[in-house]
Write a protein that binds this ligand. Sequence first.
Ligand code: A2P
Length: 327
Amino acid sequence: MKVKETIQVGKSQMPTIGMGLWKLEKELAAKAVRDAIEMGYRHLDSATDYANEAEVGEGISQALKEGLCTREELWVTSKLWNTDHRAEHVRPALERTLRDLQVDYLDLYLIHFPIALKHVPHDRFYPADWIYDPDSESPKMELDTVPISETWRAMEELVEAGLVRHIGVCNFPTALIHDLLTYAKIPLSVLQVEMHPYLTQERLLRLCRERDITVTAFSPLGALSYVPLNMAKAADTVLQEPVVLAAAERLGKTPAQVVLRWGIQRHVAIIPKSSNPKRQRENLQLFDFALSDQEMADISALNRNQRFNDPGEFCERVFNTFHPIYD
Ligand code: A2P
């Protein structure tokens, strides 16, 4: 099974492995990004919400200045936050991201969640969070009523203005994709969702394949990022599964490489995050081995529809607001 180092997004080629930037500490971000580019990463997965775009931008700028790669060789993704869904807020949000990242266009801009929150002016605080007013006595989310069609149209205008090459969405279930496809004039190029062996999302993946939507898996290693956030238990790790360990043993690879290879062998892009250079390098080295059909099937059979990143759960627990988006 041949898996290419790039995956088609519209008429472009996106590097199959990206560096996830969620939870990358501000203080480390500039150097981590510069070093990742030196190591060979050509795809960076950023977001306003990660609160480190200015530092990521420093890293990008440094790498470009040093000639480690050209801007054209780099694939930069970012995401529109929930408080900027109204049409008049979309372009200013993108412009802020471009300034912070020190680039003059994005390769991909995604709607981060199908959740519209009341706008928070950028000069009040930036980036806005889930909570409208963190200083209030009972902080909670303030929902807004913005149809996704309004936000999508404003995203299309960014493509028309040459500020963004491709647009897409994150965390959309199948029904919302069907709806979006009824009015999208510029194609929905990428869907980014949580995807790993405990959440294989077969139907969502099949729908995307049939509609030429490229899927990017976030949290491709499963529970690991959620353990320190109390959103998963250490025992939820897929890296200890006997089928993963057996494949790792057979191939002389690490369990993480096996799980990531399972991801890309399903023709999905992946954006593992690591702040450790050894693991960053390991996560790039996925093209010199292959899982057998049986290993692929055995790993897929680990599915238990276990979602670690679920607004229906964490918005209630952390932000006092019940707002499910998946059944
Ligand atoms: P660290 O940053 O210390 O390397 P995800 O992208 O799925 O959210 O995964 C991120 C989590 O997985 C982080 O906790 C990261 O820790 C860990 N991680 C990333 N790559 C590897 C790897 N190759 N082996 C083990 N853990 C990894």
